[in-house]
Design a binder for this molecule. Structure first.
Ligand SMILES: Cc1cc2nc3c(=O)[nH]c(=O)nc-3n(C[C@H](O)[C@H](O)[C@H](O)COP(=O)(O)OP(=O)(O)OC[C@H]3O[C@@H](n4cnc5c(N)ncnc54)[C@H](O)[C@@H]3O)c2cc1C
Length: 283
């Protein structure tokens, strides 16, 4: 339970952090809230020689408006995202999903960027970012680049962040006034999703006009349900009509089979949760 010894650095700027990463070679790890990394170090599943802690870089923390988008700093803790008025107004889906993450202790230490960089397929923030067409801002010594959510999540625990790079923030296009719901199914309270469905939508007079839907833990990366989105447009928000529109939502998915449920069970679950999520979002 005690990590192997490492050199510890706590830079106060992104530039300093990038320089430290470049100087430290391959055997370096970035530390954010430590909620995923510290257990890995304590179990000695990783033993980096250097740890670069981003916790003192104030510029990486907070939520701000930037024209038609919100920018959420990578080091913003989950509880700040969940309680931020801008997030509530312009990206309600993120608030709904973040509120389901773990327990209050983890939500106070764990960070938005850390959870996304970690890219656990069962993590609850990946699918909402995909549904909202978020863009990931990645800084390296060569400058800054922006990667669309669809390209950011590449595989099981693998993202577009390269060695020597840092995720500095996420740009989330404003979905002002859109309703949202995150329907999460887990066996034990305050744990990762066995399956979850992220939905945000606009509706008028009981009819869904536009919907964005994405699936958590139905594959190695979050999945955007574009066919269901199209099927939902123009549909009355009734149980029967919504059930029909999302009936095929699990088609073609390859969810994991484990002690929590096999792939067929998860596909069935996704269909049930999708109906519930859309109806809840539609109010
Ligand atoms: C008991 C428990 C229950 C949990 N339940 C849930 C849950 O229900 N749903 C859920 O979604 N999550 C859950 N989590 C995970 C939680 O959301 C963590 O916050 C998250 O996985 C990691 O965030 P962190 O800030 O702690 O990152 P860290 O643990 O510090 O880092 C995680 C990884 O990301 C890398 N990294 C971090 N920040 C950056 C960055 N800015 N740039 C580049 N790389 C970076 C690190 O090098 C490391 O590899 C749970 C965790 C615990 C301990």
């Amino acid at each position: 339970m005690i990590p192997a010894a490492f050199d510890y650095h706590a830079p106060t700027s992104v530039e300093e952090a990038l320089r430290l990463l470049a100087e430290s070679g391959d055997d370096v790890k970035v530390l954010a809230g430590g909620q995923s990394l510290l257990p890995v170090l304590k179990l000695r599943l990783a033993a980096p020689e250097v740890v670069v802690d981003l916790g003192r870089i104030d510029a990486l923390r907070g939520v701000r408006e930037d024209g038609e988008a919100l920018v959420i700093g990578a080091m913003t803790p989950h509880h700040e995202v969940a309680s931020d008025p801008l997030v509530q107004q312009h990206a309600l889906l993120l608030r709904e999903a973040t509120r389901t993450v773990a327990d209050p202790q983890v939500r106070h230490r764990g960070t938005f960027g850390g959870a996304l960089a970690h890219a656990d397929p069962a993590g609850d923030l990946l699918a909402p970012c995909l549904a909202l067409d978020a863009e990931f801002v990645i800084a390296g010594q060569g400058g800054t680049r922006t990667v669309a959510a669809a390209d950011f999540f590449q595989d099981y625990f693998t993202t577009a962040i390269d060695d020597g790079e840092i995720l500095t923030g996420v740009r989330v296009p404003k979905h002002t006034g859109w309703r949202a719901h995150y329907e999460k199914f887990s066996r034990v309270a305050q744990q990762w999703s066995i399956v979850a469905i992220a939905v945000t939508l606009r509706s008028e007079g009981g009819t869904i006009s536009e919907a964005r839907v994405a699936l958590t833990n139905m594959g190695t990366v979050p999945i955007r349900a574009t066919a269901a989105e199209q099927a939902l447009a123009g549909v009355a928000a009734t149980p029967e009509a919504v059930a029909q529109a999302v009936a095929g939502i699990a088609e073609g998915t390859e969810p994991p089979s484990d002690l929590n449920g096999d792939a067929d069970y998860r596909r069935h679950l996704a269909t049930v949760l999708a109906r519930r999520a859309v109806l809840a979002a539609a109010g």
